[in-house]
Write a protein that binds this ligand. Structure first.
Ligand code: GTP
Ligand code: ZN
Length: 201
């Protein structure tokens, strides 16, 4: 699958979504023909396609598009990569930060490509755990590195604005492969990101 960015919206999908969101607006007791709402179904249709554009994108192709041969065996860390995703249970946003490290094995990738991979898997309906392992697997498969570590911290609106209504909980998920399964390597990575972890009073 080629790496593509959505620069236009699929007309048929947009028209079908507009019909759906007009109906949704009506079902929640609003008037879809009210002046302030008249363009809303189209806005949501575009926003939803934007927020789920990761389905049309291939993380492996992105990582391979800027892959360079380098004999480096030290840890590379890209931290504080902001992410916005939607939980697959409520289709409400969850958002936070990803911290990613890998130890190359002859190949490195462009730093921005690591952040692009986060976007590709975030812009789908997700659970935070699967998002974490998908990022890990994509880097593992594309670069064949000695190790990969991924830590994601996120706040889930489905736990904040509804449901259990906890405003301060932060969910941390992690996935480790290869060298990062060893405690020393894992500790080095965690110590490099520890100052950046989300703090709560
Ligand atoms: N493991 C995991 N759970 C998530 C994630 N996002 C949302 N959830 C949870 O998915 C669960 C769905 O539970 P259900 O009982 O089917 O749904 P619900 O009745 O709306 O649950 P409440 O949110 O507790 O009101 C909830 O516990 C959510 O907190 C995620 O990324 N990972
Ligand atoms: Zn949810």
């Amino acid at each position: 699958m080629a790496y593509k960015r959505i620069e236009h919206y699929d007309e048929d999908v947009t028209n079908d979504l507009i019909k759906n969101y007009r109906e949704t607006i009506r079902l929640i007791g609003e008037d879809p023909d009210r002046e302030g709402l008249i363009k809303t179904p189209k806005r949501i249709a575009k926003a939803m396609q934007y927020c789920t554009q990761g389905y049309g994108q291939d993380a492996g192709a992105v990582l391979n598009s800027a892959k360079f041969h380098e004999d480096i065996s030290e840890m590379i860390v890209v931290k504080n990569i902001e992410l916005y995703s939607m939980c697959e249970h409520h289709m409400l946003p969850f958002f936070g930060k990803a911290h990613i490290a890998y130890i190359p094995n002859g190949w490195i990738t462009g730093l921005s490509k690591i952040a692009r991979v986060v976007d590709i898997f975030s812009k789908r309906l997700q659970v935070q755990e699967r998002l974490t392992t998908q990022i890990l697997d994509a880097i593992k498969d594309a670069l064949n590195p000695l190790g990969v570590g991924v830590v994601i911290e996120a706040e889930h609106l489905c736990m904040m604005m509804r449901g259990v209504q906890k405003q301060n909980s932060v969910t941390t998920t992690s996935a480790f492969f290869g060298e990062f399964e060893k405690q020393t390597t894992r500790h080095e990575f965690i110590s490099l990101i520890s100052a950046d972890l989300i703090k709560r009073k």
